[in-house]
Ligand binder design. Structure first.
Ligand code: PBG
Length: 343
């Protein structure tokens, strides 16, 4: 006789026995109970709206790879800033598409107090003083090679780049920027900018560091937006973070905070939620994400094809940033989200 065959088969446990009656679906059963136990909330206070600038008047150009996003002349940007303020969006971030004739090897135009980004800041702060203005303290809109630094014999040279970015950042503060946001990943830039701002009397101008900016394929549409796509040769791997690295990203944040950054940013956003969570846990400082152009384009493209519900995907992606520990998000969806949240 087979002894096993005679053994009693184990009785399958009931679900009550398995869960010991801890049934997590109880709180999910209705909208009211889901709302009651919801851990994270997306509000208009979480939004920073990046806008693109062009020269001229009363004109806007749609960006092909970013449907619904436009390059705006300064007067139009002022109107959009007014709309943003009415919607309760706390801050906008400006990115200029500079005329090609004004771009050169060393980004000279960044040192023009009346360049496009500074003119926009003045106009926006004059018309809508209650909205925060964050300026991109970056050389790439002004260089004829599209790099975020000064090129010398094919190499992006660190210290000369820092010097130029710092001078440009002080001019941005003088134009009225509330926050300057260096996005170049040069070593030592935060400390240099902090010193220069203080020396020029701009102690109250804050620095949002693009502390962990990764070399990423997700910036593609942005380069079309500011017109650097055709100019850039090679890549930005010698200065942006290797996207395989996490510990190095933490070292960048630590260093930027020591040098005087008031807030830090992780960029891109959605593919880097692990970096956001770790930054939040390790440093507990104001932490932001940039949901970049490629992330926007992916959602828009899939939605346009009817493959996903664009509005739901947009809101879900933004909630992911909150869940990961962000205080706020730079997102091209900002006005659309603000409208929805307003009801
Ligand atoms: C560079 C800069 C970039 C973005 C903002 N500032 C990327 C780059 O070209 O390296 C990307 C923003 C986006 O993709 O939405 N100063």
């Amino acid at each position: 006789m087979n002894r096993h065959a005679s053994a009693r088969p184990p009785m399958p446990r009931s679900v009550d026995e398995i869960t010991a009656s801890r049934r997590l679906r109880r709180m999910r059963k209705a909208d009211w109970s889901r709302r009651l136990v919801r851990e994270n909330h997306l509000t208009v206070d979480d939004l920073i709206w990046p806008i693109f600038l062009i020269d001229g008047e009363n004109r806007r150009e749609e960006i092909a790879a970013m449907p619904g996003v436009f390059r705006l002349t300064v007067d139009m940007a002022v109107r959009e800033a007014e709309r943003a303020a009415k919607l309760g969006i706390p801050a906008i971030a400006t990115f200029p598409n500079v005329e090609l004739a004004l771009r050169d090897r060393t980004a000279t135009e960044m040192l023009n107090p009346d360049n496009l980004i500074n003119r926009a800041t003045r106009a926006i702060k004059a018309a809508v003083p209650e909205i925060g203005v964050i300026t991109d303290a970056a050389l790439d809109p002004f260089t004829d090679h599209g790099h975020d630094g000064i090129l010398s014999e094919g190499v992006v040279v660190n210290d000369e780049s820092v010097e130029r970015i710092t001078a440009g950042a002080v001019l941005q503060a003088a134009a009225g920027a509330d926050i300057v946001a260096p996005s170049d990943m040069m070593d030592g830039r935060i400390g240099a900018i902090r010193d220069a701002l203080d020396a020029a009397g701009f102690q109250d101008v804050a620095i949002m560091s693009y502390a962990t900016k990764f070399a990423s394929a997700f910036y593609g549409p942005y380069r079309e937006a500011i017109g650097t796509g055709g100019l850039l040769k090679g890549d930005k791997k010698t200065y942006y973070l290797d996207h395989a690295n996490t510990d190095e990203a933490m070292r960048e944040i630590e260093q930027d905070l020591e040098e005087g950054a008031d807030m830090v940013m992780v960029k891109p956003g959605l593919p880097y939620l692990d970096i956001i969570r770790r930054a939040r846990d390790e440093f507990a400082v104001p932490t932001f994400a940039y949901q970049v152009s490629g992330e926007y384009a992916m959602i828009e493209a899939a939605a346009a094809n009817g493959w996903i519900d664009g509005e739901k995907a947009m809101l879900e992606s933004l909630m992911a940033f909150k869940r990961a520990g962000c205080d706020g998000v730079l997102t091209y969806f900002a006005p659309r989200v603000a409208e929805i949240l307003k009801g």
